[in-house]
Design a protein around this ligand. Structure first.
Ligand code: SF4
Length: 345
């Protein structure tokens, strides 16, 4: 089938360059064309909170990874266009194996998910044959397939507490979330993989303390469902900022808190894409990033050009081996059943 576009010449503008596909601007014509192509393909567009504002604005649904995966499973459309990073699109595919899942640029990875691969996990398990594996949701489908229980940061403590106290636990891949869980549970038989998200390196203790001192009346919102903010979660627990000013919130909770806050200024410890939704929810509040360089370059690879290419060409399709998907689904299902899993990153 030949696709005739109403927006002539748009496809020829797309080119592959540093940082992904570019050459197309997010104009109202672009947005109209995206909507039209999505309808033509019978697709629904999902965008993660860390996406560029233009991508968030053109999407049918915006949210965190777990919420979007649930929406993908329940959507009447057979095609899901997942604007986020690759492990998130894989999780959507794991939960909806019969649907076509597209990601606008399959090179959009995640440094935290990439900090452990299946081979490394197999070796770690072989060295600890009686241990149970708990994986944060930022992992590849293959690693999820080798995992006993996945967790989000909202239910990581509950997940670890649900395991027989005499059983060894292997926790991966986020060392900050692991350290937080170990401190809260007081568990000694828990090994932690030394993985991290490079974006959170920007949200370090000095920066957090300095920003909090410079704005003593501001509240601090921490979104722990993100590798880039787990260090903030850890530091808040260490007393780096006054406890009464800190709110640890899921994305939904953060938006609710933004609507009712009495503070004129709120510091936000998360990836900066989240500021777009917060400013829309509470335009009178001055939201400031703890570090405005905390931007995930992988998330920003989903450009207007990449989304246009995706809808024009039906690329890139996400595939997960069926057997692996079944095993991964089990570990994700157990995650959903324990405590309150929140929304994933
Ligand atoms: S912010 Fe960090 S954890 Fe989140 S997708 Fe980007 S690299 Fe991965």
């Amino acid at each position: 089938m030949t696709t005739t576009t109403l927006w002539e010449g748009s496809a020829s503008q797309i080119h592959d360059g540093p940082g992904g596909y570019n050459g197309v601007e997010a104009t109202p014509e672009w947005a109209a064309e995206i909507k039209r192509l999505a309808r033509e393909r019978g697709a629904t567009i999902l965008a993660h909170n860390y996406q560029l504002p233009a991508i968030q604005d053109v999407a049918d649904h915006v949210g965190d990874s777990l919420a979007l995966s649930r929406i993908a499973a329940e959507a009447p459309e057979d095609t899901i266009v997942f604007c986020g990073v690759h492990f998130m699109a894989e999780t959507a595919k794991i939960l909806s194996p019969s649907k076509t899942v597209l990601i606008p640029d399959e090179r959009a990875g995640c440094s935290l998910a990439d900090s452990i691969n299946a081979e490394q996990l197999r070796e770690w398990k072989a060295d600890n044959p009686n241990a149970l594996v708990v994986s944060y949701v930022n992992t590849t489908a293959e690693v999820k397939g080798l995992t006993d229980i996945c967790c989000t940061s909202s239910n990581a403590v509950d997940v670890v507490n649900s395991i027989d106290p005499d059983r060894e636990v292997l926790f991966l891949p986020d060392q900050f979330l692991g350290a937080h869980v170990k401190r809260v549970t007081g568990r000694t038989n828990m090994q932690i993989w030394a993985g991290e998200c490079h974006v959170h390196a920007g949200i370090n203790g000095d920066e957090l303390t300095a920003k909090s001192k410079a704005h003593p009346d501001a509240e601090l919102f921490v979104h722990p469902e993100c590798g880039c903010a787990t260090s903030a979660l850890y530091l808040a627990g260490e007393g780096a900022v006054p406890a009464d000013k800190v709110k640890i919130l899921s994305t939904g909770g953060m938006l609710d808190a933004a609507r009712v806050t009495k503070s004129k200024q709120v510091l936000v410890a998360t990836e900066i894409g989240m500021l777009h939704q917060l400013r829309k929810a509470a335009p009178d509040v001055d939201f400031q990033a703890v570090n405005d360089r905390a931007s995930c370059p992988y998330m920003k690879m989903i450009t207007p050009a990449a989304l246009l290419r995706c809808l024009l060409e039906g690329k890139d399709e996400v595939h997960v081996d069926l057997e692996m998907a079944k095993r991964a689904q089990k570990s994700v299902q157990r995650m959903i059943e324990i405590g309150n899993p929140g929304g994933g990153e």
